[in-house]
Design a protein around this ligand. Structure first.
Ligand SMILES: Nc1ncnc2c1ncn2[C@@H]1O[C@H](COP(=O)(O)OP(=O)(O)OP(=O)(O)O)[C@@H](O)[C@H]1O
Length: 457
């Protein structure tokens, strides 16, 4: 078993390789030496190679090829690679290997911006670490604290957490400390390092040992020094697997659809009929809109299920489970589903509302066309948000083609959609009343911070 040796490096190193994805794993760039062909050649031990084999990982993806060797040498990493390009295994494998070398409880901490992503990442660690019996604990908001305290008491090797709840345990759970932590990962690091999470993160970082390795990963990571400094990296190696900061994968076909705001529901139904039977995620900007749309689509006979931050955590996991298992083929979601979720069957991402920030656009459309598969993303654009489309195109560095949705074919559905809209409004009223009595009525109209649904505990 190779020992993990620390190597002192004087300056940040930059590795840039051409745009690529999990399908083009063996692409070789003229700027970099030939990529090693196997996980074994990267220095991964046999038992972990076996796990990769079982998962069907035939060869490392580019971000894995570039990240694993320096990580095994004890470097801090900043990893930038497209959505669906295998970043999870890029940080999980070196941590599992280091854990094998010096087994210890509370060895690694992975921070994630959403609860669903935390669950998914913990499953990835368990799958990759199955041959070495790795124990993980998921510490997220919306779930009972007591079972989590018990899970922490059982001394897991790896904790996967959302920041708010982790801090809660660090402050209130007797006997729990991360004093001996060896690895910290910030997955979706740009989101974790932004203003919303910043103060919580600072408090967590204060109680972590400075003598640790730190990995920052995302598909959209700017090199803003202030926010990266927050993570207190030590001589990080920066690995960037794309030529453009805001790259989407080549297997993704992206379109916009410019229609009047008042006809959006009609064209939405037209598109869902066009993609009938396929697996679709519809993103909206607010909790209210997500819930309304789920009612609307159900009234029209579609198998739609909502996912947003004002549902109980068990309802959220239930919704995701049904969508994953394809017992429902349409997930209507706020941006709680925008980052990290890996559901290989997703064929189409529909942006019912364009997100105001281009990074969110990249993450949303990245829920399809993962690991070399193809996918389609269509973004509704109305008279009100044409400017946003132009901004997104600016960030992507290309213009998007318009999707062909003939007016006469779509408008025949106007009457039925109108009926379903009225039904959805009634159902929303009942829904709001029920929740209102529990003090949880959705606001309407303005996009308040709570409504935008980006917070996680
Ligand atoms: N070497 C590999 N060969 C084949 N498939 C792989 C390999 N590594 C990872 N995968 C698969 O690719 C998919 C995407 O991986 P992952 O979720 O880690 O992507 P990501 O880069 O973190 O995406 P995002 O930026 O959206 O979070 C997963 O289903 C994973 O199992």
């Amino acid at each position: 078993m190779p020992a993990i040796k620390k190597r002192k490096v004087e300056r940040e190193t930059h590795v840039d390789v051409g745009a690529s994805d999990a399908s083009s794993q063996n692409d070789e760039s003229s700027e970099t030496p030939a990529a090693p062909k196997s996980f074994r050649e990267l220095g991964i031990i046999d038992s972990l190679c076996e796990a990769c084999d079982t998962l069907g990982y035939k060869a490392p993806t580019p971000i894995q090829s570039e990240s694993i060797p320096p990580a095994l040498q004890g470097r801090d990493l900043i990893g930038l690679a497209e959505t669906g390009s295998g970043k999870t295994a890029a940080f999980a494998l070196p941590i599992l290997q280091a854990l094998m070398d010096k087994p210890q409880s509370l060895f690694g901490l992975v921070l994630a911006p959403t609860r669903e992503l935390a669950y998914q990442t913990s499953l990835a660690f368990e799958a990759l670490g199955s041959t070495i019996n790795v124990r993980t604990a998921v510490i997220v908001g919306g779930m009972d604290m007591v079972p989590q305290s018990i899970a922490l008491g059982k001394k897991p090797h790896i904790i996967v957490a959302t920041p708010g709840r982790l801090l809660d345990h660090l402050e209130n759970t007797k006997g729990f400390s991360l004093r001996n932590l060896k690895y910290l990962v910030m997955d979706e690091a740009d989101r974790l390092l932004d203003m919303d999470f910043g103060p919580i993160l600072d408090k967590i970082l204060k109680v972590l040992p400075r003598e640790r390795r730190t990995f920052l990963f995302s598909a959209t990571l700017s090199s803003k020094v202030e926010s990266l400094q927050r993570a207190s990296l030590s001589n990080p190696q920066r690995i960037s697997i794309s030529s453009n900061k805001y790259q989407t994968v080549s297997t993704l076909q992206q379109y916009f659809l410019l229609r009047p705001h008042k006809h959006k529901d009609i064209y939405l139904v037209y598109l869902l009929n066009e993609f009938a039977g396929q697996s679709v995620i519809i993103f909206t900007r607010t909790v209210h809109e997500t819930q309304r749309m789920a009612f609307l689509l159900r009234a029209l006979g579609f198998g739609a299920i909502p996912l947003h931050g004002q549902l109980s955590q068990s309802a959220r996991l239930g919704a995701l489970g049904k969508f994953r298992s394809r017992s429902r083929n349409i997930l209507v979601a706020t941006d709680v589903a925008a980052r990290g979720l890996d559901i290989p069957s997703v064929d189409l991402v529909l942006n019912y509302d364009l997100p105001t920030d281009s990074k969110t656009y990249i993450h949303r459309v990245g829920r399809t066309a993962r690991a070399g598969k193809s996918g389609v993303a269509i973004s509704f654009t109305s008279q009100y948000d044409f400017e946003i489309l132009k901004r997104v195109e600016g960030a992507l560095g290309k213009e998007l083609p318009e999707y062909d949705a003939p007016k006469d074919e779509a408008m025949v559905m106007a009457e039925r959609v109108g009926e379903a809209q009225r039904q959805a409004i009634m159902e929303m009223k009942n829904f709001d009343e029920k929740r209102g009595s529990r003090g949880k009525q959705f606001g309407r109209g303005k996009h308040s911070r709570e409504e935008m649904d980006r917070e996680e505990g």
